[in-house]
Design a protein around this ligand. Structure first.
Ligand code: GRF
Length: 203
């Protein structure tokens, strides 16, 4: 399965995918790592892993949709079959997202549908939740709103802070994302208008 990753930051989730691939646990070909930030650590990781990279600067485009169209044209040109958003900090134009329905997933650091958007650890603490987690979902025009495919859960303790939650959760994300990408690569998770796992709708 040809996989592209879009990331805006350090790329620890990308690193987890590359590690799983290198360990022979993930039957994927990484065809591109793209970013909206030329300084993204994810691009350095990709270079070190000999994965083609692309950085487009939003300032070079007159508006958001034209940036998104340009970036996704490169994703399509790379032969990508599955697009993984991993720390990609942009809301993508709905028309562009529509072309990737069923072929794009995102990992989000909350137990969706709780806390779509930003600052999820802080919101979890402020709400006094005793559980937190991460979700992998198919990307739709609704921000962090597509069908959730899988979640990882962690307990929230009294001494937890945003930083301690982020750290513990990231370790879970690094397990969860490769597991979902692997399920798709092995044909166990499919999209035929809705997310299906082993032929059963993902509830
Ligand atoms: C992670 O918390 C991930 O859930 C979110 O972006 C954060 C950074 O990810 N999507 P990474 O370390 O850049 O992969």
């Amino acid at each position: 399965l040809k996989v592209a990753v879009l990331a805006s930051g350090r790329g620890s989730n990308l690193a987890a995918l590359v590690a799983a691939r290198d360990a022979g646990a993930l039957p994927v070909e990484m065809v591109l790592v793209g970013s909206d930030k030329a300084s993204a650590g994810a691009l350095r990781l990709a270079e070190a892993a000999h994965i083609p990279t692309l950085a487009l600067n939003p300032k070079d485009y007159p508006d958001r949709p034209s940036f998104d169209r340009a970036l996704f044209a490169h994703v399509a040109a790379s032969g990508t079959e599955l697009l993984v958003l991993a720390g990609f900090m942009r809301v993508i134009d709905a028309a562009v997202v529509a072309q990737w329905e069923g072929r794009a997933i995102n990992i989000h650091p909350s137990l969706l549908p709780k806390y779509p958007g930003l600052h999820t650890h802080r919101r979890c603490l402020e709400a006094g939740d005793t559980e937190h987690g991460a979700s992998v979902h198919y990307v739709t025009a609704e921000l962090d709103g597509g069908p959730v495919v899988a979640q990882a859960r962690i307990p929230v303790g009294p001494g937890d802070t945003e930083a301690s939650l982020a750290e513990r959760l990231l370790a879970e994300e690094h397990r969860l994302l490769p597991a979902v990408v692997g399920a798709i690569a092995r044909g166990r998770l499919r999209w035929n208008g809705e997310a299906m796992f082993d032929g059963r709708p993902v509830t």
